[in-house]
Design a protein around this ligand. Structure first.
Ligand code: ACG
Length: 455
């Protein structure tokens, strides 16, 4: 299985208002099929005030500019007809401060007050979240509420069983709409504040139990439901979640490969593969990925096309379910800025001129300008383009479906070459990648600059 992350607003515009929509994605299924992906993850599509959609106002409705629930259903059908599964992004940790539950809570409705977390005596109102020093408590009318992702997204209180019930209702609702699975947003944040100690602290065990409950519900509706957790943390913590849920994004893969390829030294790749891909008990499925909407795009961190090609070769020849962030296969650029995250979710460039049927233009482009070689039109024409190279590796991957449930053995590296065997206990392939711009020989195998070989 090969996954593809899509931001609907930027993907394909059906009704010519400049904004991508469900009907647009329905219309663009042939591109996905031709690329070879068979699972799409769509970023949040619920009713929400922001462009990114992670601050939800209504879990049971869609962002109006994307289309109606019927358009959503039709999109699911179109994807299914093409043999493509769909997973929705599910931010259950928090809601928008404009969500009716929060509005009821601040207007004194006791039932909904308990849907959120309020500071009592002894809470340090200046406490900051650990990774970037942003505050986690926010004032409202003389009281303070908890919101790890900012004042506009108050956290839900999962100590309250009623909130847990709501979460399960949401899961049921969308599975009944025909979707195949979920990306569990902010999975390590459901319980991230210790109410006894009164301080920020991840309770991984409790989080995992929560997601297990969600999965039990999901499996009771759809036995083969797909789920991937977003736990941006050390590989060993990520693995704990994956073992229960089945699959977790392997953040370290993205970070390590970029660093190794940029520095021209395989050490980080060796460290990453040893720590995340050599689990020979096959306890879980890692999900390696090219980049996502929370980070600098692949093409902005690997400047030359050959470096990107070797990255994709590794992405598609390692165990698990690889994910491609829309446009990375074209070399779309974008440097992440936490205060302007639009920079990595620019319109998908269908045409060299950025004009034509389906082209979205909801924002002005800062990175992916017209006639820069990054469009589907331009990339399709060049035989050795990044797009065509990625397609060939996806084809290879589809011919070797068994690699979804596989692991790595006999990992060996030189300064510039990574060699490993991927196996599922029955089948195996020996694979080599030269991450340097010069010829290399390793274990008797000659490799051209940035060449990958599968034996
Ligand atoms: C998800 C979504 C994101 C979304 C939210 C909230 C969550 O993908 O788009 O924000 O719904 C943290 C969270 C993640 C979160 C990102 C943005 N992503 O854990 O769930 O922030 C460290 C921390 C991580 C942190 C990361 C951020 O540990 O927790 O992610 O930094 O940079 C090594 C270390 C690892 C370390 C990294 C990076 O890998 O092992 O621990 O991660 O280095 O240093 C959206 C919007 C926001 C809005 C919100 C409501 O984008 O603007 O506020 O919605």
């Amino acid at each position: 299985m090969v996954g593809y992350e899509i931001y609907i607003r930027s993907f394909y515009d059906y009704n010519n208002d400049g904004t991508g929509d469900f009907k647009g994605l329905s219309n663009a299924v042939s591109y996905l099929k031709d690329l070879g992906v068979d699972l799409v993850w769509i970023m949040p599509h619920f009713k929400a005030p922001s462009y990114h959609g992670y601050d939800i106002i209504d879990f049971f409705d869609t962002t109006p500019s994307y289309g109606t629930l019927d358009d959503f259903k039709e999109m699911v059908e179109k994807l299914h007809e093409a043999g493509i599964k769909i997973a929705i992004d599910l931010p259950l940790n928090h809601v928008s401060s404009r969500h009716p539950w929060f509005k009821a809570a601040v207007s004194g409705d006791k039932k909904y007050e308990d849907f959120f977390l309020w500071a009592d005596d002894g809470v340090d109102l200046n406490e900051k979240r650990p990774w970037d020093n942003e505050v986690i408590w926010h004032p409202y009318n003389g009281r303070w509420y908890y919101g790890v992702f900012g004042g506009s997204s108050p956290d839900l209180n999962y100590e309250n069983e009623k909130v847990v019930e709501k979460a399960l209702e949401i899961v049921e609702f969308w599975l009944n709409m025909g979707i195949d699975g979920f990306r569990f947003d902010a999975a390590k944040h459901i319980y991230d504040y210790d109410l006894q100690q009164k301080k920020f602290s991840y309770n991984h065990e409790k989080n995992i139990q929560f997601w297990k409950k969600v999965m039990d519900k999901a499996r009771s509706i759809k036995s083969d439901v797909f789920a991937v957790t977003e736990v941006w943390d050390a590989p060993e913590i990520v693995a704990e979640y994956a073992k229960t849920i089945g699959c977790s994004f392997n953040f370290y893969f993205t970070e390590a490969l970029r660093e190794s390829i940029n520095h021209g030294n395989t050490y980080k790749i060796w460290d990453c593969f040893s720590r995340t891909l050599t689990d020979d008990r096959g306890l879980y499925i890692p999900s390696n990925f090219s980049s996502n909407h929370d980070m600098t795009r692949l093409a902005s961190s690997l400047q030359c096309e050959d470096q990107r090609k070797v990255f994709f070769a590794m992405l598609l020849t390692t165990p698990g379910i690889p994910f491609i962030f829309y446009g990375d296969e074209l070399g779309m650029k974008g440097v992440y800025d936490p205060y302007f995250t639009e920079s990595v979710i620019e319109p998908f460039p269908w045409y060299s001129s950025l004009s034509g049927d389906g082209q979205t233009l909801w924002k002005s482009v800062g990175f992916n300008h017209a006639f820069t070689g990054v469009s589907v039109e331009e990339q399709s024409q060049r035989e050795d383009s990044l797009l065509n190279t990625v397609k060939r590796w996806i084809k290879f991957r589809k011919e070797n479906e068994w690699m979804t449930n596989s692991w790595i053995v006999d990992l060996r590296t030189s300064e510039f070459v990574v060699g490993y065997t991927v196996t599922n206990g029955e089948k195996s392939l020996r694979i080599y990648h030269n991450i340097s711009g010069h010829e290399e020989e390793f274990e008797g195998i000659r490799l051209k600059p940035f060449e990958s070989k599968v034996l």
